[in-house]
Design a protein around this ligand. Structure first.
Ligand code: KG4
Ligand code: ZN
Length: 409
């Protein structure tokens, strides 16, 4: 038997069986089941109130989508439907927790792929009704932003850069449900760009990359590449705000690939001899763009007193944050500006059930956004995070001092 830090009479105690819905009255460590299905990972985890992970399970659809050349929503939905019951059961079994011992179920309901969100939400609503549990709807990006607090004692407010396959945003986290949005992507997310570049380069045919996501493949090949060989322009050099754009960079890279294919006399779908150099230059330009926008966000925060003077912190998270080169580029900026840089380890940067359960724990502790089992909730494929401050950031038009982002491979 594994350790379950609930009191022995947990099932009978008010607040632990979900029948007494007064969430402040629990006399023992409250347990939260987290469920994630917003994109292509079916994740579940059980956490106690202190953030100890009692058990987790994750089913990744990456292989299927890699073979298909991208995420097909109906395929993602089918795979979530096939796996969710097993994934949740495994998380509970690995925790040695019976549903009756849970205090609440936290589930991603926004933003994400409609068909994927729908599976997690439907499953969760049935589950909370069946077991009479509290329900905590979760914003996927809020969960990415807060994960760091499960691992380090990071007080609010802090600056957060979230970069994944579906998102790119800069925000000040002022509280569990209180964010100021400083920047967001105007077109695609950096992970999406890296995935598309990797696909255009046919990196699945590369012996070292066949099972890697686009971002992972680019990072691996870039280690042996010369980034100087293709001097791609850093996006939005003349726009003095904190928003992002990656579509233009993807276009620059695609034009280069077409030119190189013509020079080498090869067809699209064949590996170019210069893939490493293209990977290195693409990764460097993405890193530089992220670093510059973040630099401006830090200066904006300083000018407006949005971060504490003692130990101001930048948190970097989301799937793309597992990239070591990008982490180093951000470290150059935090060193220059006197911030502490915190990045959760890679397994907590990508999507998982743990981060959703943790967001549930944070909300349960504060009594925020907690619903009784019988309330119907709708999913929201598009959902901005926090109060939109992008216009104020743009109006401030902060010029950046020159910073040399030189990172050894
Ligand atoms: O957060 P995540 O698991 O799912 C989304 O919410 O999108 O992020 C997945 C994205 C993919 O685009 C993948 O290519 C990218 O994160 N990614 C990386 C790395 N590992 C995953 N990008 C750059 N470098 C990596 N090492
Ligand atoms: Zn994510």
């Amino acid at each position: 038997m594994k350790r379950v830090p609930v009191c022995s009479s947990a099932v009978k105690k008010p607040g632990c069986d979900g029948k007494n819905l007064t969430i402040k009255s629990a006399a023992c460590s409250r347990l939260v089941l987290g469920i994630e299905t917003s994109c292509d990972d079916t994740g579940a985890a059980v956490l106690d109130e202190k953030g100890a992970i009692l058990g987790e399970s994750l089913h990744s659809q990456k292989e299927v989508h890699l073979r298909a050349g991208g995420i097909i929503p109906t395929v993602a939905q089918h795979l979530h439907r096939e796996n969710i019951e097993r994934v949740v059961r495994q998380a509970l079994e690995r925790s040695d927790v019976d549903p009756s011992q849970l205090s609440a179920v936290a589930t991603t309901v926004k933003p994400g792929l409609a068909l994927s969100l729908g599976i997690g939400l439907k499953f969760s609503q049935r589950f909370v009704k069946q077991h009479n549990k509290l329900f905590i709807p979760i914003h996927h990006m809020e969960a990415h932003a807060l994960t760091v607090r499960m691992l380090h004692p990071v007080a609010f407010p802090f600056l957060v850069l979230l970069v994944s396959g579906g998102h790119s945003l800069l925000a000040v986290a002022r509280g569990v449900d209180d964010f100021l949005l400083l920047g967001r992507t105007l077109d695609e997310a950096p992970g999406d760009t890296l995935d598309k570049v990797a696909r255009r380069l046919s990196l699945r045919k590369h012996p070292q990359c066949s099972t890697l996501s686009g971002g992972q493949a680019i990072e691996l090949l870039a280690k042996n590449g010369d980034r100087m060989r293709f001097p791609f322009r850093t996006p939005m050099g003349q726009t003095h705000d904190c928003c992002f754009s990656f579509a233009g960079l993807r276009n620059q890279v695609t034009m280069t690939i077409i030119k190189k294919e013509a020079e080498e006399g090869i067809e699209q779908g064949t590996l170019l001899s210069c893939v490493n150099d293209i990977a290195a230059a693409t990764q460097h330009t993405v890193a530089t763009h992220l670093a510059k926008r973040t630099h401006r966000a830090i200066l904006f925060c300083k000018a407006n007193g949005l971060l504490p003077s003692s130990s101001p912190t930048l948190v970097l998270s989301g799937g793309v944050a597992s990239n070591q080169y990008i982490r180093k580029a951000l470290a150059v900026i935090t060193e220059t500006t006197g911030l502490r840089l915190l990045c959760p380890p890679a397994k907590f940067c990508t999507d998982n059930g743990v981060m959703i359960a943790w967001n549930g724990v944070e909300r349960l502790r504060e009594g925020k956004g907690i619903l009784p089992p019988n309330v119907d909730v709708c999913y929201e494929p598009k959902a901005p995070l926090g109060v939109d401050m992008t216009a104020e950031v743009k109006a401030a038009a902060i010029r950046l001092p020159p910073v040399r982002i030189k990172i050894p491979n």
